[in-house]
Every structure is written in structure tokens, then in C-alpha cells.
Write a protein that binds this ligand. Structure first.
Ligand code: SF4
Length: 316
């Protein structure tokens, strides 16, 4: 792909991603149907104790564009899963930093009590560590509780370049604590420093050995490496024909098997197509799960960068 200046790329991307059904060259845009709601994500709110350089959702200590979800919001959706007899396996919690939400522990509790696998994304820093006592009890009581800790790189330098100064030590402390109390752990890292995947996995492997943490760095579900995402980069649009050309199927992208519940500021809780696009009106599918089952048009640069060409998924 040719290197473009930011303004050239912006212009080009502005010609693309316009019509939800037709791409800039007149082809039929790819669409993805919800096959089965395997995972329901809750975005607990965009407030975070960190302000990372490239946070795709722009979380920070001041961004409350996605307000805190309440326990009732979560309960309402879990009730809906039950009423609709959906075969949802997994409930995911993401933010922001989920442990900033004052009701997160009750949200975990109700989801676990109802028999779901629960995956919680955290930076494992002080907001999580404040809950150590109660978390220890949940970890001991529920085999289905999984933690995914964000550790952008295995080196202090690159992790802190992304997450800010002094962000390494507290995360490592939290990670070691989770491991020591027997939490089921995975790591979310990034692939944005020009290093190849094998090298990145080997680097994380050395770190896990030094820390004495039993995570297999070569297993893509244990060490999830996210591709670089840059909204201003020129990316191809995904057409219907791309599935065959790329040898991929719509069932491999997240919006075929997951949805996310968000509470956009001043609005009621609603369901959006995926974890990556909470602010884009075109991806808000309605207030109920029942209203959110329609096909999703792949009309955003992230559809190409992250899902179809990047091959990434947020889930377990
Ligand atoms: S970013 Fe991925 S999951 Fe989200 S709508 Fe696009 S293809 Fe679907």
C-alpha cells in the first residue's frame, strides 16, 4: 500500500466509506449478519485511570462520552438473553477501565451467577487492586472468570510509550497478584512497533518466564496481539467479492457473533455492532438485543484494518 500523507489519506478515506451499501468504486459493500450472539460485551464507561497514546476508544480520566453502565443496565440485558433464549456463552466487560465503574463487582457477580463465562479486560492497576479481597473470593468461587490484562509490549519502554510514564510497575504488580491467586489470565498486547509477530511472542515469553507467570506466549488466545489501527491510514474498502479473494468468511469477524452494550452520554443504554465503533451512529442498532440482530455494513476503516485484513477479534 503506498505511503500517503495524513491529509491525502484523509481525503481518500473521505471518498470511501460513504454509502453503506456501495463502495467508492461502485461495488457491493460487504455486510455481516449476526449468526449467533456468542459474546455480549458491556462497555462499563470510557473513564480510565490512563490516557493511552492510541486508545481506539479515546478513554481517559476525563472522557465520559460513554457513561458508566449501571447494574440494572446489565441485568436488563441478561434478562433479555434469557427471555429470547439466546445461546450466549460469554459476557465481556471492557472500558475505559472496568474497575473504575462503582458497580463492576456486582456486574461480575450477576453474570457469573447466571452461568456465563466472564471475560474482563483490565490494566490491572490500582482500580483493580482496590478490589483484591473480593476478587480473590470470586476467582476461587468461579472457574469461568477470565482476566485479560493490557500489556502493550514486553519492554517497559514501549509499554510506557503507549500508556504513559510509571504505568509499567503497577500493571506488573497487578498481573503477578492475579497469577498468584490463581486467576485465569491472558494478555492483550499490540503489534505497532514494526516488530514481527514471532519476535513479539518470544519477547513476551521471556517476560512471562522472568515473572513466573504461566501464559503460553505462542497461543493467540493467551497472548492476543492487536494490529495497529490508524483512522487516517488509507485502507481498502471491503466488498462482497473480498471474502473469496481473501479466502475469508463473514463468520470470522466479530460482528457475526458479538454485540456491545454502551451508554452514550445523555442517552439510554443501547446495543452497538462491535467493540470498536461505539460513537458512530451508523453502528447503533437499538436499545434492545432483539433490535440488534440485523446485518452490519462494513463501512468503516476499522472493518478492514482490524477485522478483515488485521484478522483480530476481541473475544476469547
Ligand atoms: S469493525 Fe469489525 S466487528 Fe466492527 S463492524 Fe467492522 S467488521 Fe464488524
Amino acid at each position: 500500500m503506498p505511503e500517503l500523507s495524513a491529509s491525502e489519506a484523509f481525503k481518500l478515506n473521505n471518498l470511501k466509506f460513504q454509502d453503506p451499501y456501495i463502495t467508492a468504486d461502485g461495488s457491493t459493500r460487504a455486510a455481516v449478519s449476526l449468526k449467533h450472539l456468542e459474546t455480549l460485551w458491556f462497555n462499563t464507561g470510557t473513564l480510565c485511570n490512563l490516557a493511552c497514546e492510541n486508545c481506539y476508544i479515546e478513554s481517559s480520566p476525563t472522557n465520559d462520552r460513554l457513561e458508566y453502565l449501571s447494574l440494572n443496565d446489565v441485568k436488563f440485558k441478561l434478562d433479555e438473553i434469557r427471555a429470547l433464549k439466546l445461546k450466549t456463552r460469554e459476557i465481556g466487560f471492557t472500558g475505559g477501565e472496568p474497575f473504575m465503574n462503582p458497580e463492576i463487582i456486582s456486574m461480575l457477580g450477576i453474570s457469573l451467577d447466571r452461568g456465563f463465562d466472564v471475560l474482563l479486560l483490565t490494566n490491572a492497576m490500582r482500580p483493580m487492586q482496590k478490589h483484591q479481597q473480593v476478587l480473590k473470593g470470586l476467582i476461587a468461587a468461579y472457574e469461568r472468570l477470565f482476566f485479560r490484562v493490557s500489556l502493550d509490549h514486553y519492554s517497559v519502554e514501549l509499554h510506557e510509550r503507549e500508556r504513559g510514564k510509571n504505568s509499567w510497575d503497577p500493571t506488573i504488580r497487578g498481573l503477578k497478584w492475579l497469577s498468584a491467586v490463581g486467576a485465569k489470565l491472558s494478555i492483550a498486547g499490540r503489534m505497532c512497533w514494526g516488530e514481527d509477530e514471532q519476535k513479539t511472542r518470544e519477547g513476551f515469553g521471556r517476560l512471562f518466564s522472568e515473572l513466573g507467570i504461566a501464559i503460553d506466549p505462542m497461543n493467540p488466545s493467551s497472548l492476543v496481539l492487536f494490529p495497529e489501527m490508524e483512522i487516517s491510514r488509507d485502507v481498502p474498502e471491503i466488498t462482497d467479492a473480498c471474502w473469496n479473494i481473501l479466502g475469508k468468511s463473514p463468520e470470522q469477524v466479530m460482528c457475526s457473533n458479538s454485540r456491545m452494550v454502551v451508554k452514550r452520554k445523555g442517552e439510554a443504554a443501547s446495543t452497538v455492532a462491535c467493540t470498536l465503533l461505539p460513537y458512530d451512529d451508523a453502528y447503533v442498532l437499538g436499545e434492545t438485543l432483539a433490535s440488534s440482530t440485523g446485518p452490519v455494513q462494513l463501512n468503516h476503516p476499522y472493518c478492514a484494518q482490524f477485522c478483515v485484513l488485521g484478522g483480530a477479534s476481541c473475544s476469547a
